[in-house]
Design a protein around this ligand. Sequence first.
Ligand code: SF4
Length: 298
Amino acid sequence: MNETSLADAPERAGRGPIAWVENKSILTPTSGYLAPGFTHTINAYQGCSFAGALCGTFCYAQHNHWITHGREWGLYGAKADVRSAYRRDHDRIKRPGRGEPGRLVIYMSSSTDPYLPQESRLGLTRALLEEMLERPPDALVIQTHHIQIERDLDLIAALSAKSPVWASITVETDQERLPGFPPHACSPRRRLETLGRLRASGILTQAAVSPLLPLADVEDFGRRLDAACDRVILDHFLIGDGSPGGARTRRTSLIGRLAGSGQERWARLEVLWETRDALAGILGASRVLVGREGFCAV
Ligand code: SF4
């Protein structure tokens, strides 16, 4: 895909046709990276239409063969009947005929974004949140790259009154256009503004600086994070991509893009600790969490 034409791509704009994926179940038991904090993940879409955006260049989900089946990373479909699938899965876990109810701590989403452009038309994430109001999980993290999450502020606030809910928006960098990379899925400045409005509505908010990418002004970024969110989760691909030494990310264009734009120092782990210390100096150490431990702190 031409990096300069992303905004015009029908798929990225959410206008193109979409395949419906039949699914008996929508809650997937966690394993691996998220397992210490979450019992289940939920993905309303199969694949992701932000594949051609900046985050798609290093996206960890693109390495999951169960999703891609060898296809180029992109959006493959939308799940059909998400409401009834959630009801069935929830009741099987929380209302078993015999034995104690199970735990339901949900990460939404692990291999897509709940607020793709297609969501504005299809409303699958909104439908799931409506179902969760009737059948609340024990806790929920809503993880997105996009400000469309603000559309559901009413539902998220209502659900927060029943269960702990974290609204988590990725803000990998403070730069609106990162040299050497495709455009963002959504402006970092606007993501911070959205976090601030969610927080002002009483919703728990976190900024996922993950993976950490080149920052223009860490002090200014820290001040803006301080105002926008309750906590920051900081991560680097060398420890956070779910493979030893960032092996998965090394197969992507990320390191080459950093080197090609004179930003190779951000491919080293030292920048993570330098940034952690700088942000902790502004937000306080208890509000700056790192890596898996941070992501799994629900
Ligand atoms: S939004 Fe998430 S799942 Fe989609 S391409 Fe970006 S990192 Fe991958």
